[in-house]
Design a protein around this ligand. Structure first.
Ligand code: GAR
Length: 203
């Protein structure tokens, strides 16, 4: 079977990127990370890509005429690497239709809360501030909304009395590193079926 060709967009430290790379290396994902793109020059995700001999592209949004032109370049790069599935691994911008229409139902995102609760930025801290007893993380297909697309996998993380926003975020991140590769593998194996808002995993 041909390996699934992954393109990863990341704005930050790239620990989810690393989890994906590790899973492709040890066979938990039948795929290969073909390219990493970041909107931050200093993103450690770019360094992780280089360390793993994966092409790393930094795009400065300010050097483009606008967001559409910036995203057209993202699409160009992803197409150049013949990407099958786009993974948002801590990518902190909302994608517009330029990218969404180029990869219909082929973009997935990891979010650090149990959607639809606490979408947007700092989902872990939002949950901790709110005082919930359980939070977690979500892998979902990306649609036009902010963290609103059909949900593939969620993992639940209890909130402990002794937690700080940071300790909670760290335990959520451990679960992100489990469910993101798992979701990608289900996609790679053609097991995901989307029906309206629902995603079913074929056995
Ligand atoms: C992760 O916690 C991810 O869920 C979150 O950013 C972090 C990136 O960490 N993403 C979002 O909040 C998207 N709205 P990483 O760079 O170590 O993978």
């Amino acid at each position: 079977m041909e390996k699934l060709r992954l393109g990863v967009l990341a704005s930050g430290q790239g620990s989810n990127l690393q989890a994906i790379i590790n899973a492709t290396a040890d066979g938990r994902i039948d795929g290969i990370v073909t390219v990493v793109i970041s909107d931050h020059q200093e993103a450690f995700a770019l360094e992780r890509a280089r360390q793993n001999n994966i092409p790393a592209h930094y795009l400065d949004i300010n050097s483009f005429a606008g967001k559409a032109a910036f995203e057209e370049e993202i699409v160009n790069i992803l197409r150049n690497y013949q990407v099958d599935l786009v993974c948002l691994a801590g990518y902190m911008r909302v994608l517009s239709s330029v990218v969404l229409d180029a990869f219909p139902q082929r973009i997935i995102n990891i979010h650090p809360a149990l959607l639809p609760a606490f979408p947007g930025l700092h989902g872990q801290k939002q949950a901790w501030d709110y005082g919930v007893k359980f939070s977690g993380c979500t892998v979902h297909f990306v649609d036009q909304g902010i963290d609103t697309g059909p949900i593939i996998i969620q993992a639940v993380v209890p909130v402990l009395d002794e937690d700080t926003a940071d300790t909670l975020a760290a335990r959520i991140l451990e679960q992100e590193h489990q469910i993101f590769p798992e979701a990608i593998q289900r996609f790679a194996q053609g097991k995901l079926a989307i029906t309206g808002r629902k995603v079913f995993t074929k056995r």
